[in-house]
Design a protein around this ligand. Sequence first.
Ligand SMILES: Nc1nc2c(c(=O)[nH]1)N[C@H]1C(S)=C(S)[C@@H](COP(=O)(O)OP(=O)(O)OC[C@H]3O[C@@H](n4cnc5c(=O)[nH]c(N)nc54)[C@H](O)[C@@H]3O)O[C@H]1N2
Ligand SMILES: Nc1nc2c(c(=O)[nH]1)N[C@H]1C(S)=C(S)[C@@H](COP(=O)(O)OP(=O)(O)OC[C@H]3O[C@@H](n4cnc5c(=O)[nH]c(N)nc54)[C@H](O)[C@@H]3O)O[C@H]1N2
Ligand SMILES: [Mo]
Length: 803
Amino acid sequence: MNDVTMNRRSFVKTAGALGALAAAGGAISAEGSLFGESSIAHADTEEQTVWQHCGVNCGGACALQCHVKDGSIEYVESDNTGSSDMNSVQVRACLRGRSIRRWLQSPDRLNYPMKRVAGTKRGEGKYERISWDEALDTIASEMKRIRSTYGDTAMYIHYASGVSSGIIAGTPVNRLFNLTGGYLKTYGSYSSAQISAAGTYTYGGGTYGSSFLTLQDNELVVMFGNSPADTRMGGGGHTWDFARMREAKNLRVICIDPRMSDTVCGQGGEWIPIVPGTDGALCAALAYQWITNDQVDTEFLHKYCVGYDEETLPEDAKGKNASYKDYILGNGADKTAKTPAWASAITKIPEQRIIELADEMAKADPVYICQGYGVERHSNGENAARCIMVLPQLLGQIGKPGTNDGRREGCNSIQAIATFPAGKNPVPDTISLYTWPDAIDHGEQMTATNAGVQGVEKLSNSIKFLFNYGGNALTNQHSDINATHELLQDESKCEFIVTSEVFMTDSAKYSDIILPDLAVQEQLDISKGGYADNDEVLFFCDPVYEPVGERRGIYEVCTDLAERLGVKDQFTEGKTREEWLRSLYEQAREKDSTLPTWEEGFKMGVYKRDTKPKLSLEKFVADPEANPLPTESGKIQIYSEKLAKFAQTWELNDGDKITALPEFDPAFDSYLDVSEEYPLLLMGFHYKAHVHSSYSNNSVLQTAALHQLWINPEDAQTRGISTGDMVSVKTERGEVRIMAKVTNRVIPGTVVMPQGMWHDADMDGDRIDKGGCINTLTRYRPTALAKANPQHSNVAQVEKVSE
Ligand SMILES: Nc1nc2c(c(=O)[nH]1)N[C@H]1C(S)=C(S)[C@@H](COP(=O)(O)OP(=O)(O)OC[C@H]3O[C@@H](n4cnc5c(=O)[nH]c(N)nc54)[C@H](O)[C@@H]3O)O[C@H]1N2
Ligand SMILES: Nc1nc2c(c(=O)[nH]1)N[C@H]1C(S)=C(S)[C@@H](COP(=O)(O)OP(=O)(O)OC[C@H]3O[C@@H](n4cnc5c(=O)[nH]c(N)nc54)[C@H](O)[C@@H]3O)O[C@H]1N2
Ligand SMILES: [Mo]
């Protein structure tokens, strides 16, 4: 197949001719569809193979070879180059990527710039077609007006992960904003804000540890809230790395999870079910067993860590029973020994199973301990993530082959390639990403100590202008859609919202102007590939076909806005998108001469090379004096002085806690908060049928993997619920309707549903969400330390819907 890959120039020529043909056929309608089944123009042209990649944010970025004929994708293959052995792995796409034809060529794609119909409110979704000139003039004049009225800190670019691969990717918008005065910055993400905070105060930064490819023969792997089979599905990614290691090394895999994930189901691993949000208690009991059975590696703890025992505590903390050992043994402030019996009552893992797990982990050498982001996306996520990180420290299982540091499995990518330069943002004001609704509602009241503001003591402004490029996190992916609806409807708060999208999403409906973007696959770019262990990959991606309708790429759109704002020359530096790509790629080749030339790359479509698996903290463990960690002490911090200080000085919500040690803290919406009205815990998970809300509008994928609420037979029986029944799920925030799946794959007392389905409610009527979007149900309340999203922590009720 590879040899039919066409030369870029000849394709563009061919596609250009076809585009004209399609237009002549009258296929473009005002409603925006070029690709209704009957509207494909047929011409007697040859099929071409175009290399592309799947650009959504599962992180896989897998290879797609699109077979294109007459300006339309006929079918899609993935990577079939190289071999499928340990090296030169084929970067094979999962079903989502392979279905991209239905997504890209959906009749629902946006084709024209639109503005909200005068007199309608945000969220109503009533739009009219306008010209690009009108759209760009309006945006540029609103940018000027709002910046000059309120200042640079009123400008905001929202988190968006729909375009997260490629060299050009999302940065043109940032560059435009930076050249015109800057914008309110953010730290953290919806993905990993809490584990990042945990990593910062423990290891000095980072969420990733060792690669799976460091695993040894017959090794024990213990995963907390991690399912590579669900969340790293692509063939070049971790699920494949892990599957191959499982086969080759005879691994024993234990997954601790309230849900039996695809990483265990049918794969011979062991599932240890746990009550959501209680991992910290399990970890404390494991530590209790190791300490009381003399199984901790005291030498490692003394040499590399701060705060395990009295001896290694910082001076200020000494003499107060403030060590980790004191906390575990019950000599600390809470006077509670963290015994397996104590943890069993909280986690619902039988006491004997905890004792056995502790013993097995202590005797395994090496043992690989890791976590996904399922634990951290809870109300107590920052502490829970730290509690897991302590486990390999206690056992001295860090820095040698087969070990990990308690964070997520690590990966590699080609470092030499820089993305399109965003330039420098002169604005110091920085918020935790998740707190953006507060920054719209009452920015000027947000401070360093009450809202985790960084860069300044206090924000000077609220957000007044919002740019949303390739994201659905205004509503669908952010917490508490019903509350955000009210906030965004109020035009006196955020005065102007722009969305650049490929579909009319729920978030797009809150925009004043919507711009129809060219999809990633409709543009020229180079992608660095996704999360994978031993391969470094580049995809040289040609546009699959000529632009359809009036879709335009973000680089060209930002160039036109830059012109209207008087900074075009600085923005483009005289270059087109292709010229930027070529020059950034040339710069990369100067740093890394093994990379193919531009021409060679586009001829190959995919470039792969082997790389060394990452072993976390290898250098630090080999020589801690020569290679100190970027923490206050240069060592691993079980006890953090910075956190001890925050605990004293930050203004926290009632019940919120910041602790110097990694402690179990149930926080809010936990197992302690279930009530008669809301007797169940409810959490979301990242599902194979879609990536967040991307691909959620693909009916084939939805049929392949149904959108269902998983409920244990015990909870289903008392409610008269069978698989296939329609149920109502309610929290204090709202109600969704969804099909039930009665299954032992979820523990009693907890229900789970995939996150990312499209919100679908009559917002002027009953607001019942028939799309089954979990964020109709989630609470907007930033966590204590990271001020991040606790979207997996909820208490809920489930009932059968009779009609
Ligand atoms: N198919 C698919 N893949 C994806 C994505 C997607 O939407 N779909 N999204 C991508 C993105 S952006 C991200 S950030 C990652 C997210 O990856 P993760 O955050 O790791 O995914 P989750 O599904 O939230 O959680 C992982 C596992 O943790 C479990 N879990 C939840 N709460 C707890 C708990 O309290 N304790 C324990 N022990 N386990 C718990 C869940 O049941 C799930 O099996 O996935 C990426 N990959
Ligand atoms: N309750 C709950 N909520 C969650 C999570 C959870 O676990 N539970 N997970 C959170 C996580 S980890 C994340 S990362 C966020 C993700 O939240 P988002 O970043 O909003 O991710 P998506 O929902 O995939 O939205 C991406 C959008 O990009 C659009 N898009 C795709 N390709 C293109 C393109 O080429 N151009 C343009 N302009 N647009 C494009 C898609 O149509 C889609 O609407 O969600 C978070 N929300
Ligand atoms: Mo994410």
